[in-house]
Design a protein around this ligand. Sequence first.
Ligand code: SF4
Length: 343
Amino acid sequence: MPPRYMLARNYLVDGVGKNELGTLSFDELWRIHVQVTSGFRELLFELMENPRDRLVNGGTGSVSLLELKAEITRRLSNPCALCERKCMIDRRKRIGACRLDEKAYVHSAFLHMGEEAPLVPSGTIFYGGCNFTCVYCQNYDISQEYPRHGKPVTPRELASIQDLLAGKGARNINHVGGEPTPSAHIIVESMLYAHHRKPQLWNSNMYMTEELLEVLLDIIDIWLPDFKYGNNKCAFRLSGVQRYMDVVPRNIRKAAEIGDMIIRHLVLPGHLDCCTRRILEYIADKLPADRILVNIMGQYRPEHLVSRYPSRWRDIARRPRPEEIEEARRIASSLGLCWRPVS
Ligand code: SF4
């Protein structure tokens, strides 16, 4: 089956001319998107049942579904509502809570051998900036301290990076950071110019708005969400985000309905009952758990602010004990979750 972004690029939208796209209001674009994606998703589900390696044409217009999505994402980025922080600022003039202006900054791009076994070698692109402010961030240099020190890329340059990684043998194109969400407008547009036939993978904290998620659902093949917290209090205290439990489970649930997924959960020391257990129970109860792999990650170490000021976050100022990781795995097994092949 071709990657979804190629299917969407080949799927034409009836009744919209190329020159018209920029003149339509956001509401008009969104109405067309809702209509077109319902037909496109039928096609996706059909292909998931009976995969075949050919592109299928949609309507008869001169604009593709992918072009429509690129226009919608561009509008979502200004005023910025790409993620649920909804800063609603003009990023050409101001920096958002993700510490980014309107550009996407690539800090590195290489074949990553350290991802989950089914994904490697993974053509990983690290974007600067993040909409979370995790006090223990293991990637804090690019996400929080120097997010704009990477190379600013145009959509065409980003497409070339993807093609290069695919040519080197990447099994997928892995958009990660930091966090890819604040760079979504550049990433989606880059897919108009890419040539590779590798699945697109979204490696994310899943705090995007519902609108951005709807855009991504049809063009992302594999989801690699971080499910960090089982309650809003821990999310706010450790990552500075509000309404975590309203947003992240909602987005993970929608993405799991339509795409392949490996959920990552980093076990935080002392958070087995408030976070780990609740997350694993949510996956077992609310998600299609028979189609999802769960990576129970035991490699937490105090980093960033926690390592500098351990007395302020005493609960997580240590590594998890081996028995905590064992307990997390025992809970996952007792719930029937599949974690062994990827943990
Ligand atoms: S992506 Fe950045 S600027 Fe946009 S809403 Fe989120 S934090 Fe704010």
